[in-house]
Design a protein around this ligand. Structure first.
Ligand SMILES: [Zn+2]
Length: 301
């Protein structure tokens, strides 16, 4: 027989642990397969543990077809709930999977377009758990981190949901902390709150520089091609002026908090022209070494 795959509905319930599977295989080897494996739509609807145990035992599995037109979901729920001693939490996980919740559905179930319970309430009812527990199970499923522990019965849905919630809160707190972190200039100096908004307009300068650069490329290309269209213009001169424009504009790119006024005495400061910010060229060439040393000592390493 060709290797059979699991039906998405069968996957609502987890596989048994390795050791139990070995025990089952031993049992099948001694006493044979008692109940046949149920096949639906060419996949294993029920008996995927037995199917695997048969493979281990080297026993050819018997199968039976699931009757056409019957409710496959109802069947899967019925046999598994009778057979397995599932905790309330484990049942809640199943309910979360069958409820009409995009996040609760596995890819395979989505693809198979199976009939699923319309609401959390109905899913909860079918699995005999509270809707609140199903909602918690849904959060656990969405997190993807605690799912296995709950399905194995090692953890309750409630405990897992609390952990998921705490992890979410911690993540949000970390994000807020990052957002509130001090902004620093290129020298590592903290940018004063008063000039942060101006500093953050750097993309506007970048944009203007980009436009000048594009104009320069276009002028160079026209010059190289001796384009007759531009005959009346001295393109060499145009390119030179665009180079100059680029260089002058570059001075506006925020590089460092003004080392003279530290970004505070803006209106009177000649170093930064009242911006509280200086460009790289200014910082590199006009700021005395002593002032840079003072600046460096003020920066967090
Ligand atoms: Zn200044």
């Amino acid at each position: 027989m060709d290797k059979l795959t699991d039906h998405p509905l069968a996957e609502l319930f987890p596989l048994m642990p390795e050791q139990d599977l070995k025990d089952l295989a031993n049992d099948i080897q001694t006493s044979g397969l008692k109940a046949p494996i149920t096949i639906h739509e060419g996949m294993i609807l029920d008996g995927r543990n037995r199917y695997r145990a048969c493979a281990v035992a080297g026993v050819e599995p018997r199968t039976r077809q699931f009757p056409q037109g019957e409710d496959a979901l109802a069947f899967v729920l019925s046999v598994n709930l009778h057979r397995r001693h599932l905790t309330e939490s484990q049942r809640a996980m199943v309910a979360a999977k069958i409820a009409r919740l995009p996040r609760g559905r596995t890819e395979k179930i989505k693809e198979a377009n199976l009939p699923i319970c319309p609401t959390i309430a109905e899913a909860a009812q079918r699995l005999a758990v509270s809707p609140r527990l199903v909602r918690q199970a849904r959060a656990v499923l969405a997190s993807g981190t605690e799912t296995k522990a709950v399905e194995k019965g090692a953890k309750t849905v409630n405990a897992a949901a609390k952990e998921v919630k705490a992890a979410k809160a911690a993540k949000a707190a970390r994000a807020t902390k990052t957002a509130n972190e001090v902004h620093r200039d290129a020298t590592g100096y903290a940018i004063p709150e008063e000039i942060l908004a101006l500093w953050q307009r750097k993309p506007e300068v970048d944009q203007l520089l980009k436009l000048v650069s594009q104009a320069r490329v276009a002028a160079k290309s026209a010059h190289e091609q001796d384009d007759i269209l531009f005959a009346p213009s001295n393109l060499n001169s145009v390119i030179g002026k665009l180079n100059e424009a680029y260089s002058i504009l570059s001075n506006s790119v925020p590089f460092a908090v003004c080392p003279t006024c530290q970004g505070y005495g803006r209106t009177q400061c000649l170093s930064c022209k009242g911006r509280g910010i200086v460009g790289k060229f200014f910082y590199d060439t006009c700021v005395p070494a002593e002032l840079k040393a003072v600046r460096n000592s003020a920066c967090v390493q």
